[in-house]
Structure formats: C-alpha cells, structure tokens
Design a protein around this ligand. Structure first.
Ligand code: 5GP
Length: 198
C-alpha cells in the first residue's frame, strides 16, 4: 500500500533558519522533498537555477499566475515568489512528503486551498537573535536587513493561524519537534485513508 502523502508548510520570518531546518530534515528523512519555488529575485552567489529556485522574469511569473500554475504566490521585499502547483500535487498524490518553505502570506493561501496541509510556524528565540542572524548572513545590505526585520514583525503576528509554532533555538531540538509533527500527521493521514477505503 502506498504511504499517505503529505503537504507540509514551513513558514516563519526570514532569518529564522527555515533553510537549515529543511536541510537537516531532508538529511534525516529521505522521503521528504522540497518544492522548488519560482521567483523574480536575482540569484545570490552560489544559488543554482532549478535547485534553489526557478529564477524567472516578471512577465513569466505573471503568466504562471494567470494560467493558475501556482498553488500560492506572494510579494516579499520587492520580489515575487510562488509554488508550482502541479509538481506538488503529483508528489503528494504519489505518497511523498512535500515541504514548502514559504513566507506567511503564501502559507495563509495554502491553508485555504489545501486545508489538509500540516502548517508549522518557526519562530526565533527573540527579535534580537533574528536581527543577528539576518546580519550574519551578510549577503544583504543594511536597508534590506531593516526591511526584512519589519516584515518579520508583521509575520510574527500570524503565528496563531498555524497548526503548530516551533521555536528554532537549538537546531536539533527544533528539527526533532518538526519530525515528530510530520510523523504524527502522516499517521493520521494513513488511518484516514484506511478508514475511507474500509
Ligand atoms: P529569500 O529571498 O530569502 O530566498 O526568500 C524570501 C522569503 O520568501 C522567505 O521567507 C522564503 O521562505 C519565501 N519564499 C520562498 N519561496 C516562496 C514561495 O514559493 N512562496 C512564498 N509565498 N514565499 C516563498
């Protein structure tokens, strides 16, 4: 019997460590895959097209929106980001766990369009720590850091909309918590499927 697929939304302010959490999760759980988003943002050094993002121009993004090819999309710090719908739907239907690492506006859209998704909101131990992490990343100038911090404060106000809030203080502890939430949601999805099929 095929495993029950699951859509997992991992959201949280920029700098909270979503990237480290999903990398560690995928290292530990081989059947978790990350959805590669489409973005109009320019690639950062070391980012690879098709692996980190599908980098597209504004017109291509518009066309994907118009054709309904994005499960969700949002504008963030002057750029647009979206999740390709078909890849995600096919992977979940095939019984895989698909992780969306997205910002809050997009996560709210997924809650409406795919209410069975497991939604997890990562929070930093404090705003001071978030500021430090954003500065350490050092790929952005101060104005960008300031803009991302402002957005982070707005995003943190939405934590109550998510199924679970997990603090990313110690990475291993945080990853363990998220793994347990995923395992639990898969168990429930499996027993629902069994129920539905008798
Ligand atoms: P960055 O520019 O740092 O890669 O990403 C900026 C923000 O956009 C992060 O919070 C990231 O999670 C979010 N993001 C990345 N891909 C998507 C997407 O497909 N949809 C939405 N809504 N947000 C995304």
């Amino acid at each position: 019997m095929t495993e029950a697929g699951l859509l997992v939304v991992l959201a949280g302010p920029s700098g909270v460590g979503k990237g480290s959490v999903h990398r560690r999760l995928r290292a530990l759980e081989s059947d978790i895959e990350l959805s590669v988003s489409v973005t109009t943002r320019a690639p950062r050094p070391r980012e690879v097209d098709g692996r980190d993002y599908h980098f597209v121009d504004g017109a291509t993004f518009e066309q994907m929106v118009a054709e309904g090819r994005l499960l969700e999309w949002a504008e963030y710090a002057g750029n647009r980001y979206g999740t390709p719908r078909r890849e995600v739907e096919e992977a979940v239907a095939a019984g895989r766990v698909v992780l969306l690492e997205i910002e809050v506006q997009g996560a709210l859209q997924v809650m409406e369009r795919a209410p069975q998704a497991l939604t997890v909101f990562l929070v930093p131990p404090s705003l001071e720590e978030l500021t430090r992490r954003l500065r350490d990343r050092a790929t952005e100038d101060e104005a960008t850091v300031a803009r991302r911090l402002e957005t982070a404060e707005r995003e943190l106000a939405h934590r109550g909309d998510f199924d679970h809030v997990v603090v990313n203080d110690d990475l291993e502890t945080c990853v363990d918590e998220v793994r347990a939430l995923i395992a639990d949601a898969r168990r429930r999805a499996r027993s629902d499927a069994h129920g539905a099929h008798g």
